[in-house]
Design a protein. Sequence first.
Length: 137
Amino acid sequence: MWCSMLDLFIASLLICIHTVYSLQCYTCAAEDTNENCKINEAPVLRTCPSTEDRCLTQVIYSTERGKLRIDKYCASQDGCDAATEQLGKRYFCDKSRAGWGCVECCDTDKCNLSSVSRVRASVAAVCAVAIAARFVS
């Protein structure tokens, strides 16, 4: 009985303790390549406020400038949705079109170091290897 009461007490204590977890995201603003985002003063690893639980990477290609613009920062899910909606007017991630843009949000520490296209390329590579492994076995 003593052991089960102790277990109940510990479980109750753990439920009552509120742990604050702060996400860490890389931040940089208005860089024209992901490499510049890594080399220059950026990326700055920032601890996000508790209201921002996502790391956002936004890549926009401007036909007027003929350049990419890469921004990385902490965001909330609403912020991710708003950034995606704002780019919805463009050709979302369709690089064959003029004036395209992409938004990628993730929710683990330091998850936004790579650019959007590299994230998608690495996921595609993993899927290709998994499919190939299925056919080989």
